[in-house]
Design a protein around this ligand. Structure first.
Ligand code: PNS
Length: 163
């Protein structure tokens, strides 16, 4: 069974993430969306919220599971018998950081490949931090995050209605 890991902090999950997940799960037998903490940045949404948001956005994708992980991604991937790590690339600006992560992970386990999918052009400008910034100021987040989580994202910032 070909198992891939799609890691991220998903703080919160965006439509860009869901687009990558929906395309990646067609290329493996099982895709595990692995929700972790980026130690360089503090998450706004709890681990439980981030997992719940993803689970509610999967729209019946049958071979996708959502889990949390701690420690090194490569250790987690190995513990799941994964053969690949899949990530989305939006622009050249993502490339340097992602390449560094891919090299470090390859150095620790040469049997686990990192695969990049180009983000759908419609979401090339989209990031979780942009969503958080908009939500913080009561801006419109429709079309940027899955419909099923819009109200939950707004509620986090105590903003209950559309501007
Ligand atoms: O792209 P993101 O959302 O900032 O990624 C977050 C995450 C948790 C996937 C990433 O920070 C990670 O893999 N953390 C685990 C530590 C690790 O293995 N780092 C890479 C090698 S140093």
């Amino acid at each position: 069974m070909k198992i891939w890991i799609c890691p991220g902090s998903f703080d919160p999950v965006t439509k860009g993430h869901i687009d990558i997940i929906s395309r990646a799960c067609l290329m493996c037998d099982k895709l595990i969306v692995a929700v972790g903490e980026n130690k360089q940045k503090k998450s706004v949404f709890t681990l439980e919220e981030r997992i719940d948001f993803i689970e509610r956005s999967l729209n019946g994708m049958k071979n996708v599971e959502v889990e949390s992980f701690h420690g090194l991604l490569i250790d987690y991937a190995r513990s799941k018998n994964a053969i690949g790590i899949v990530k989305g690339l939006r622009a050249v600006s993502d490339f340097e950081y992602e390449m560094q992560m891919a090299f470090l992970n390859k150095r620790m386990d040469e049997n686990i490949e990192t695969v990049f999918l180009m983000t759908n052009m419609n979401y090339s400008f989209l990031s979780s931090s942009a969503v958080r910034e908009l939500a913080l100021h009561g801006g419109p987040i429709e079309g940027l995050v899955p419909d099923s989580i819009i109200e939950d994202v707004r509620r986090k910032y105590h903003i209950n209605s559309v501007r």
